[in-house]
Design a protein around this ligand. Structure first.
Ligand code: FAD
Ligand code: DHB
Length: 394
């Protein structure tokens, strides 16, 4: 088989890239290791920046997002038992975010993919990359008991942090920056009304918590937990009890509990690999970088990488120019480092670090005191939270 672009991974990055390329008349094949049901079963991000909303609109998959997504113009920080609202709209000149889950984004992209008639191979095993440092790369994979070969112009590595694409690059050609945090997030999804109409990020003496949502009837909550905890250690009742203890009395009182639809623990990591292009292999999304989830940047960064990549590939085919491909890494990385810095900073600001002493805790409380009682401080949080426009100062 031959195609113009082989996309490895059918998460949001791979599916979105496939759709943008298809709209531009560029033929592509997506190879995904898991089944479609498995991909849809992963509960992940919940907040879209305006820039991601615009890209999904451009991809023609915005209809349900606009009908069902919840625009949010602010969120609360709960610190020292007091809630402080960060008024995103007022502090950023009217900007806001949209609460619409990654599962739904993926579902919309899968529907568009099916309608496009482009090939997607789910349960593709042993995907292997060949000759991406030359003019004629090719990819092999196993499916249905047979090995298949696809010849291609480009390979897009949209296969997440544990994927094969970044791992196929010689170690000498890549620089990796990494920080692993000494705790995880235990998440619980339930069909219960959210405790508050906006998100609440909680800095409590018992650790971080987050009250989020997927709709007016579906809640998503997170608790900071030790890395040694296992999901099996946490009954639903234990989760709700612990969450209540981290909330202020009004929120604890208002909390509606119910059975968990899903519960899982995610480790927290900051990670960037540079560059993102290796000849005819281009990485995008979690394949190239990970942020700790505080601040909800992961999915948004994936969307902007993909937009830059789609534009660069379209320019290659339409205008016979590789200018966009040549600057792809640099363009992405500037935005990525901005989001990495914010996610690291917001994580530090809101969590209890087990290995740090009381003085670090006092510094953290003083920083929060400053931020929450200063217009400039609140604006710093708000500006970073709503994110950068697509073409920021380039
Ligand atoms: P992925 O969604 O990881 O998709 C990669 C795809 O590639 C997967 O479907 C995988 O099966 C496939 N794949 C992997 N290896 C291969 C292979 N060898 N061959 C073929 N296919 C392969 N972000 C937030 O903003 N908020 C959150 O609350 C949040 N929670 C998260 C929780 C977890 C547990 C994780 C892992 C991430 C979370 N994120 C969150 C980050 C966000 O979900 C990611 O940034 C986003 O999923 C990135 O999309 P992606 O398509 O680049 O990667
Ligand atoms: C969600 C996750 C986040 O990391 C965040 O900052 C906000 C919301 C969520 O899953 O709903």
């Amino acid at each position: 088989m031959r195609t113009q672009v082989v996309i490895v991974g059918a998460g949001p990055s791979g599916l979105l890239l496939g759709q943008l390329l298809h709209q531009a008349g560029i033929d592509n094949v997506i190879l995904e290791r898991q089944s479609a049901e498995y991909v849809l079963g992963r509960i992940r991000a919940g907040v879209l920046e305006q820039v991601a909303v615009d890209i999904l609109d451009e991809a023609g998959v915005g209809q349900r997002m606009h009908a069902e997504g919840l625009p949010h113009e602010g969120f609360d920080l709960l610190v020292d038992g007091q809630r402080h609202r960060i008024d995103l709209a007022r502090l950023t000149g009217g900007r806001r975010v949209l609460v619409y889950g990654q599962t739904e984004v993926t579902r919309d992209l899968m529907a568009a993919r099916a309608a496009s008639g482009q090939t997607t191979v789910y349960e593709a095993a042993n995907v292997t990359l060949h000759d991406f440092d030359g003019e004629r790369p090719w990819v092999t994979y196993a499916h249905g008991g047979q090995t298949h070969r696809i010849d291609t112009d480009f390979i897009a590595g949209c296969d997440g942090f544990h994927g094969v694409c970044r791992a196929s690059v010689p170690r000498s050609a890549i620089t990796e920056y990494e920080k692993v945090y000494p705790f995880g997030w235990l998440g619980l999804l339930s069909d219960t009304p959210p405790v508050h109409h906006e998100l609440i990020y909680v800095n409590s003496p018992r650790g971080f918590a987050l009250c989020s949502m997927r709709s007016r009837t579906r809640s998503r909550y997170y608790l900071q937990v030790p890395l040694t905890d296992k999901v099996e250690d946490w009954s639903d009742a234990a989760f709700w009890d612990e969450l209540r203890r981290r909330l202020d009395p009004a929120a604890a009182e208002a909390l509606v509990t119910g059975p968990a639809l899903e519960k899982s623990i995610a480790p927290l990591r900051s990670f960037v690999s540079e560059p993102m292009r290796f000849g005819r292999l281009l990485l995008a999304g979690d394949a190239a970088h990970i942020v700790p989830p505080t601040g909800a940047k992961g999915l948004n960064l994936a969307a902007t990488d993909v937009k830059y990549l789609a534009d660069a590939l379209i320019e290659h085919y339409r205008e016979r120019s590789d200018a966009g491909l040549n600057t792809y890494s640099e363009r992405c990385l500037r935005r990525i480092w901005r989001a990495e810095r914010f996610s690291w900073w917001f994580t530090r600001l809101m969590h209890r670090f087990p290995n740090e002493g009381e003085i670090e805790h006092k510094f953290q409380q003083a920083e929060l005191d400053y931020l929450l009682h200063s217009e400039a401080g609140a604006r710093t949080i708000a500006e970073n939270y709503v994110g950068l426009p697509l073409d920021f100062g380039l």
